[in-house]
Design a binder for this molecule. Structure first.
Ligand code: SAH
Ligand code: MG
Length: 220
């Protein structure tokens, strides 16, 4: 937990309920321990979609479709989502769930290794939600930047790893050190890129919002 549990519970208590079907899906997935975005992340995504009104959304990491269905509920009428997943069991479940979504016709489900799929995607996506294998974020970044139009937004989930990212690598268990190093590298890259403006938020498990700028920032 990144922020005080009481504060989180209080904020959660203010948040609006999900549409009934999404609430049921969330409950089923949580029972089966499928990793899905947390309440606070859901609220942030909803806020961003309702205010930014994107035209094309890209999600990396579908799991069983919860966040893509959530996003499809709050995206504009003519917006479409493409979402990517590689694990066969997840793909099977996600296909069932996505097929039942109200906006099923506007969701494209791509199956396979995201790195390969990203390299093949064409056009731009003005809203990208990155929620896949944390160790790969750094290698996805060049493709994600290519796919973002000017003013497009990249949202990354789970960047603070339950707060462990703020700890020294020496206090991290050896097996977790590579991921710790890679995530730090990713956050450094996002916050020091001349063409991205990034804010790191201690929301949920840590999220970043990055916007692709029209011009290099003058003051840097
Ligand atoms: N966004 C989902 C949760 C995603 S969990 C939700 O909130 O509902 C992360 C998912 O990313 C897992 O299902 C995992 O299999 C998938 N994944 C991780 N690395 C990937 C990769 N390189 N290519 C495709 N899918 C990947
Ligand atoms: Mg996540």
């Amino acid at each position: 937990m990144i922020i005080d549990e009481h504060i989180r519970e209080y904020i959660n208590s203010l948040e609006q309920d999900l549409p009934a079907e999404l609430y049921e899906l969330e409950k089923r997935l949580l029972e089966r321990k499928v990793p899905i975005i947390r309440k606070e992340a859901q609220t942030l995504l909803r806020f961003l979609l309702l205010t930014r009104r994107p035209e094309r959304i890209l999600e990396v990491g579908t799991a069983e479709g919860f966040s893509s269905i959530l996003m499809s509920e709050y995206m504009p009428k003519d917006c479409r989502i493409t979402t990517i997943e590689k694990v066969p069991m997840r793909i099977e479940q996600a296909a069932l769930n996505l097929g039942k979504a109200r906006r099923a016709a506007d969701i494209t489900f791509l199956n396979g290794e995201a790195q390969t799929i990203l390299e093949e995607l064409e056009g731009t996506y003005d809203f990208i939600f990155l929620d896949a294998a944390k160790g790969q974020y750094m290698s996805f970044l060049p493709e994600l930047k290519r796919l973002l139009p000017k003013d497009g937004m990249l949202v990354t989930d789970n960047v603070l790893q339950d707060g462990s990212l703020a700890k020294s690598k020496f206090s991290i268990e050896r097996r977790d050190r590579t991921i710790h190093m890679r995530m730090r590298e990713y956050l450094y890259a996002l916050t020091h890129d001349d063409f991205l403006e990034t804010v790191v938020l201690p929301v949920g498990d840590g999220m970043t919002l990055s916007v692709k700028l029209n011009d290099q920032i003058g003051m840097r």
